[in-house]
Write a protein that binds this ligand. Sequence first.
Ligand code: ATP
Ligand code: LTN
Length: 332
Amino acid sequence: MEGKKKIFSGMQPSGSLTLGNYLGALKNWVALQDEYDCYYCVVDMHAITVPKEPKDLRKNTYEVLANYIAAGLDPDKVTLFIQSHVSAHAELSWILNCFSYYGELGRMTQFKDKSKKQDSNAITAGLFTYPVLMAADILLYQADLVPVGEDQRQHLEITRDIAQRFNNRFSETFTVPEPYISTDVAKIMSLQDPESKMSKSDTNENAYILLTDKPDAIRRKFKRSVTDSLGVVNYSDDQPGIKNLINIYSKITNIKPETVASNYEGKGYARLKEDVAEVVVEELKPIQERIDYLLKNKDYLEEVYRMGAGKAEATAIKTLRKVQKKVGFIPR
Ligand code: ATP
Ligand code: LTN
């Protein structure tokens, strides 16, 4: 591991993972695992920033971990762990809260979007300071790169600002991380509203494809996907629904979006929808088999997350101790 650059990333167990999580982030994680020293986390502490049933959180946490492994992450190569198992995340987060400003947090678009969806009396302080916990996640591991989807770019910027502010106030403490966002298709959109991203916490289940959706459900959801009334397949911002279907097809087959569009010239939307559904079904088939197997082997998953927490903690504690010393805390 010595000498390899470090990567940190995470996903919330706010539901089962979607095709957006997979194509926008998880596939990149797998591609990077040989070249980098990777820490991949299930961020359960982030998931409770909005109301969550304890039994759902437990179930989703196992599922997300199983999804990581099933998608191709190798627990012997990367560190896979659960955020709440390494208490340094909470501890650093508090300190960084004291170096983050109300104004900058209020400008976060994810906070604005998510708080709009909540009753105004139910917007928690945790939802507001969510990006600070994310900064703590990343900075604890001195990560060089953070592979995420486009929607997380602003959170990476605030992480960089917090790191630089701390380094300037004290001395070099944190590596200032770079986002790693695939430039081709960084955002998979909702199948029901192609202007907003596909999200696992959407209330309409037709809006997303879960990695665990059965072939029939996948076909049905694509068939019902919202497009437009133009009736001509083009790869254009004026046709966001069609563009999204082409992007999904392109991401899976590695065929350029423009080529996909010209292959469907004059063929109609129904055919495109059917074919996209088929490539998705095929791509997910082996992953689903592995997910089923892993979820029946909880002992194995427990072994993976325990080993991961041990490795993660050993790295995290070094940064935490340094930070505590710099701010003036007396060691016990
Ligand atoms: P939630 O709906 O609960 O906010 P989410 O589906 O947005 O969750 P996260 O756990 O917040 O998922 O994100 C995990 C990773 O997946 C992040 O790197 C994020 O950028 C990426 N991601 C999520 N949705 C998409 C999408 N539709 N397209 C591309 N990448 C995505
Ligand atoms: N906010 C992220 C999830 C997340 C994360 C992280 C991603 C929490 N901590 C650290 C990268 C690095 C999201 O995807 N919504």
